[in-house]
Design a protein around this ligand. Structure first.
Ligand SMILES: Cc1cc2nc3c(=O)[nH]c(=O)nc-3n(C[C@H](O)[C@H](O)[C@H](O)COP(=O)(O)OP(=O)(O)OC[C@H]3O[C@@H](n4cnc5c(N)ncnc54)[C@H](O)[C@@H]3O)c2cc1C
Length: 297
């Protein structure tokens, strides 16, 4: 019985791999950074398909299509926001049952047997299913020993795999280099959960999401290849939204070729306004929902 595991940048994955290992062939799909794909490739999985993404949920349909081709009986992932969206698309593609809170899983002939934590860990249920299942792992993460690396194949936008040479030297890139719209945020965003506000705005206007260096480098809220600037990515979109970004020269070096810069900042003296074509002075937590409302009307 084959298993597919979906790994995004947002959560540790060793515990997930550990419970899937006894099930046999285990194909991993990594939606995130190349560094993550390399880590997964030495974790004991049978194969790795890799899709580079700053915003995993935006790739849900591509991943679902790839999983449908693999047609695994079991799909496992972690309950992160990106993985939840992907899992929903996969469940539709496979006509699968979604199961939360999985801490262990096994098979008996063609039946999947799941141990599920319920009632905040006070109850341990055992569920059985003959259907395809898409499950969210809720157990502890663990240390895994290193295995020989398996090949990493890139998953392109049409759902077909093509070979790439992960070990070759070269700069890491994300969709930011080619994007025609970029929504980028900085330390004006106060909590990791608030990135959902940025993501929903970016989705509404069909933009890639980027950030300032501290967001990726200090806080690790996004993969490193998502930050823009002198030591990060260069982007040349038709429109670049700088949200809660002060406009340090190192950041601006990465957006020199943007056609239009729209800055949103609550400090009227913020340096970003000197480089912006349009500036909105105000609290991003009020401005972004207001902009979304206008877009939806
Ligand atoms: C060698 C070197 C290389 C570097 N390379 C890069 C690089 O490649 N890319 C990069 O980005 N940085 C780089 N930096 C760091 C850079 O100097 C800045 O420190 C960084 O860009 C600041 O990030 P920020 O604008 O997110 O944060 P901050 O400077 O803290 O700015 C946050 C902004 O958010 C605004 N804000 C706060 N709350 C709100 C709110 N509710 N609504 C609206 N606005 C709000 C504030 O007014 C402020 O302007 C580099 C630094 C060095 C020394």
């Amino acid at each position: 019985m084959s298993t597919c595991i979906i790994i995004t940048d947002e959560a540790p994955f060793n515990g997930l791999i550990n419970i899937a290992k006894p099930l046999g062939e285990m194909n991993a799909i990594v939606v995130g950074s190349k560094d993550l794909a390399k880590k997964v490739a030495i974790s004991g999985v049978s194969s790795v398909l890799f899709l580079e993404a700053c915003l995993p949920e935006a790739k849900a349909n591509i991943v679902a299509k790839a999983v449908r081709e693999l047609s695994p009986k079991i799909v496992l992932t972690s309950p992160t926001s990106g993985a939840r969206a992907i899992a929903g698309a996969i469940a539709i593609a496979l006509d699968a049952v979604i199961i939360q809170g999985i801490i262990n899983i096994s098979t008996e002939n063609d039946t999947v047997v799941v141990e599920q934590m319920a009632l905040n860990g006070r109850v341990l249920d055992t569920l059985t299913s003959k259907n395809h299942i898409v499950g969210f792992f809720a157990g502890e993460d663990i240390e895994l020993s290193e295995n020989s690396p398996v090949a990493i194949n890139a998953l392109d936008g049409d759902g077909y795999a093509m070979d790439i040479n992960i070990s070759s030297a070269g700069s890491e890139t994300s969709g930011l280099a080619e994007a025609s719209r970029v929504v980028s945020f900085g330390r004006g965003i106060k909590a990791k959960e608030d990135i959902a506000l940025i993501n929903s705005f970016a989705s509404a206007i069909g933009a890639e999401v980027g950030c300032s260096m501290p967001i990726a480098d200090d806080l690790s809220w996004l993969p490193k290849e998502c930050y823009i600037g002198r030591s990060g990515q260069t982007t040349s979109p038709r429109v670049y939204f700088a949200i809660g970004i002060s406009g340090a020269p190192q950041h601006l070096e990465g957006v020199r070729r943007a056609k239009v810069i729209v800055a949103i900042n609550n400090d009227p003296e913020a340096r970003i306004f000197r480089s912006a074509d349009y500036g909105i002075v105000g609290d991003l937590y009020e401005i972004i929902p207001a902009l979304k409302k206008v877009l939806n009307s």
